[in-house]
Ligand binder design. Structure first.
Ligand code: PEP
Ligand code: MG
Length: 540
C-alpha cells in the first residue's frame, strides 16, 4: 500500500483500477517506405493479432462481467473486418508510401471525426470504438508494450501531467478520477476536470515506474490523498465516503427549482461553465440559469485542422437548443499559452501567457475569427446566445472586433443566410481592461470577470507555476479592489457584470461579491447548487 498527498482540484472520492497514461502512446510519426507490399503485409499481420486479442478479451470480459459488457470486443472485431476501415489504410500506404502505423493513425482520426459528427447517437458512439481499436493496431505495428486494450470500465487515470487538449478529449464516462505528478490547481487542465466533475489531484509525488495499470487505488479529493493498492479498511472507508457524497448531492437536489435570492431579497443569477457540448447534460442537471462561459477553444484542441464553420455552427446550435432559451454565453477562442495544437503553428514564445493568444490571434488572423463569428451569428437563431471576447486590453480592440463582426454580418446578409446579432460582452481579465472598464462599458452589453487571469496578471504570478501556487491569491486586495471597480463602472453605464473565473465558486468570497453588487456567478456545474445554498442563507 502506498499513500501520497496531492493538491485537490475537485473534491470527490473515487475507488477503482488505475491506468497509467504515458504521453504520445498513440501518436505515430510519418516515415517514407520503399517496400509497399511488406508494409501492407505488416497491416494484415497486425489485424490478425488484434483480432486474436479482441477474441480473448471478449471471452474474459464475458466471464467476468457478462455478455453486455463483453459485446464491445465483438464490435472491435467487426471494425477490423470492415473494408471501410482497412481500405483507406492500404490505399494510403500504396499511394503515399507511408508507414503502416501512420496510415492507421490518419485513418483513425478521419473516421472517428466523421462518426463523431453524426446525428444518430449510436453512430456517434462508433467514433470512440474506432479510436480504441485503431490504437491497438498502432501499438502492435509500432511494437509498443501494452497492445492489449484496457477494459471498458472506467479508470483512475494517472499521468505525469496532462495538457488541456488531452483533458478535453477524455470521455467523462471512462474516467473515475485524475491523478498527476505535476500541474497547477489553477491550470486549464484542472479547471476542465472541475467543470467535468472529475475528482482530481495534482502534484502527487509518485514515481510512475512504481505503479502499474490495473492496480486498485482510492483518490480522496476531500483529504487530498491517493492510496495505491489500498487495504480492505481503506476501500470500505472510501465506499462509505462515496455514499455520503451521494447523500449530500441528493440533499442539494432539493434546491433545484428554487431562486438564487438572499434572505433580504437580493437576486443574482447563477450560471454554469462548460468546455464542450458533452458538459451540457451536467448543466441541465445542475439547474443552472444558463451557461455563463462556454470555453469554445476546446473545439480547436486535440485535432489536426481548424474546425470548419459548419462544425462549429452545429455545436453552438446544439448547445443553444439544449438550453432551451436560457442564456448561453460563448467565448470566442482563447487559444495560445497552454492551449496548443500543432496545426495552429503559434510558434515558441518566451512568455506564452503574455504572448500571442486569444483575441490577439483573432485580430491578427481575422479569417480564423470570421469563421467562428459566422458560426456564432448563425447559431444565435436557435437560442439565446451571447458572445464574449477574451483577453481584451483596449477600446481599440473592441472597435476592431465590432468592424469585423459587421463585415461578417454583411456577408451573411448578402448570401441570404439567416443569423441573429448576439449580445456582446468582454472578459475583464487583464488589469488594463479593469482600469479602463468605464470606457469599455460604453461599448458592450456586459462584462464577465475572469478572476483566473486577472489574478495572474495583477500579481505577476504565472497561474501554471506549481512553485508559486501559495502566492497565487484571488483574495489579494489588489484583485478584489479591481473587481469592485469593474462592478461600479459597469453599473454606472447600465450594463451587467458576472464573474466566470474560479473565484466565482469560492464560497469564502460569495458574500463579498454579492455585497459588491456582482449580478451573477458562473461556476462549474457541480458548484451551482452549493452557491445557491450559500446565497439563500446570507443577508447583505
Ligand atoms: C479567467 O481567466 O478567469 C477565465 C475564466 O478564463 P480562463 O480560465 O479560460 O483563462
Ligand atoms: Mg482567462
Amino acid at each position: 500500500m502506498m499513500q501520497y498527498p496531492g493538491r485537490s482540484v475537485y473534491k470527490g472520492i473515487a475507488l477503482g483500477r488505475i491506468e497509467v497514461y504515458r504521453k504520445h502512446d498513440d501518436q505515430v510519426s510519418r516515415k517514407k517506405i520503399s517496400d509497399v507490399d511488406a508494409e501492407i503485409g505488416k497491416v494484415r499481420m497486425a489485424v490478425i493479432q488484434a483480432r486474436g486479442q479482441m477474441q480473448r478479451s471478449y471471452e474474459t470480459a464475458r466471464k467476468e462481467a457478462g455478455e453486455e459488457s463483453a459485446a464491445v470486443f465483438n464490435v472491435y472485431q467487426l471494425i477490423l473486418e470492415d473494408e471501410g476501415f482497412l481500405d483507406p489504410v492500404l490505399d494510403m500506404i500504396r499511394t503515399q508510401k507511408v508507414n503502416a502505423g501512420y496510415a492507421v493513425a490518419v485513418t483513425r482520426d478521419k473516421l472517428s471525426e466523421m462518426f463523431a459528427q453524426m446525428d444518430d447517437p449510436h453512430m456517434r458512439a462508433r467514433a470512440a470504438d474506432i479510436e480504441d481499436i485503431a490504437n491497438v493496431l498502432i501499438r502492435i505495428l509500432e511494437g509498443r508494450a501494452g497492445g492489449e486494450l484496457s477494459p471498458r470500465t472506467p479508470v483512475i487515470l494517472v499521468a505525469d501531467d496532462l495538457s488541456p487538449s488531452e483533458t478535453v478529449q477524455m470521455d467523462r464516462e471512462k474516467v473515475l478520477a485524475l491523478v498527476t505528478v505535476h500541474g497547477s490547481a489553477n491550470s486549464h487542465t484542472s479547471i476542465l476536470a472541475r467543470m467535468m466533475g472529475i475528482p482530481a489531484l495534482v502534484q502527487v509525488p509518485v514515481d510512475l515506474e512504481e505503479i502499474h495499470t490495473g492496480m486498485l487505488a482510492v483518490v480522496d479529493g476531500l483529504e487530498g490523498t491517493v492510496v495505491f493498492g489500498p487495504d480492505e479498511k481503506i476501500c470500505e472507508r472510501a465506499k462509505e465516503k462515496i455514499k455520503e457524497e451521494q447523500e449530500r448531492t441528493q440533499l442539494l437536489g432539493s434546491l433545484k427549482g428554487k431562486e438564487n435570492v438572499t434572505l433580504d431579497g437580493k437576486k443574482i443569477h447563477i450560471y454554469a461553465n462548460i468546455g464542450s457540448l458533452s458538459d451540457v447534460g451536467a448543466v441541465l442537471d445542475s439547474d443552472a440559469g444558463g451557461i455563463g462561459l462556454f470555453r469554445s477553444e476546446s473545439l480547436y484542441l486535440g485535432r489536426d485542422t481548424f474546425p470548419t464553420e459548419e462544425e462549429q455552427f452545429q455545436v453552438y446550435k446544439k448547445v443553444a437548443q439544449a438550453m432551451g432559451g436560457k442564456k448561453v454565453i460563448i467565448r470566442t477562442l482563447d487559444l495560445g499559452a497552454d492551449k496548443q495544437a500543432d496545426y495552429l503553428d503559434l510558434g515558441k514564445e518566451a512568455n506564452p501567457a503574455m504572448g500571442y493568444r486569444a483575441i490577439r490571434i483573432c485580430l491578427k488572423q481575422p479569417d480564423i475569427f470570421k469563421t467562428q463569428l459566422r458560426a456564432l451569428c448563425r447559431a444565435a437563431v436557435y437560442g439565446n446566445i451571447s458572445v464574449l471576447y477574451p483577453m481584451i486590453i483596449s477600446a481599440g480592440e473592441v472597435r476592431q472586433i465590432q468592424r469585423i463582426l459587421k463585415e461578417v454580418q454583411e456577408g451573411l446578409d448578402k448570401a441570404g443566410i439567416p443569423y441573429k446579432d448576439p449580445e456582446q460582452g468582454i472578459m475583464i481579465e487583464t488589469p488594463a481592461a479593469a482600469m479602463i472598464s468605464d470606457r469599455l462599458a460604453e461599448m458592450v452589453d456586459f462584462f464577465s470577470i475572469g478572476t483566473n487571469d486577472l489574478t495572474q496578471y495583477t500579481l505577476a504570478i504565472d497561474r501554471q507555476n506549481e512553485r508559486l501556487e501559495d502566492l497565487y491569491d484571488p483574495h489579494h486586495e489588489a484583485v478584489l479592489r479591481m473587481i469592485r471597480m469593474v462592478v461600479e463602472n459597469a453599473h454606472e453605464h447600465g450594463i451587467w457584470v458576472d464573474i466566470c473565473g474560479e473565484a466565482g465558486a469560492d464560497l469564502a468570497l460569495t458574500e463579498r461579491f454579492i455585497r459588491m453588487g456582482v449580478d451573477g456567478l458562473s461556476v462549474a456545474p457541480s458548484m451551482v447548487l452549493e452557491i445557491r445554498r450559500a446565497v439563500r442563507g446570507m443577508k447583505i
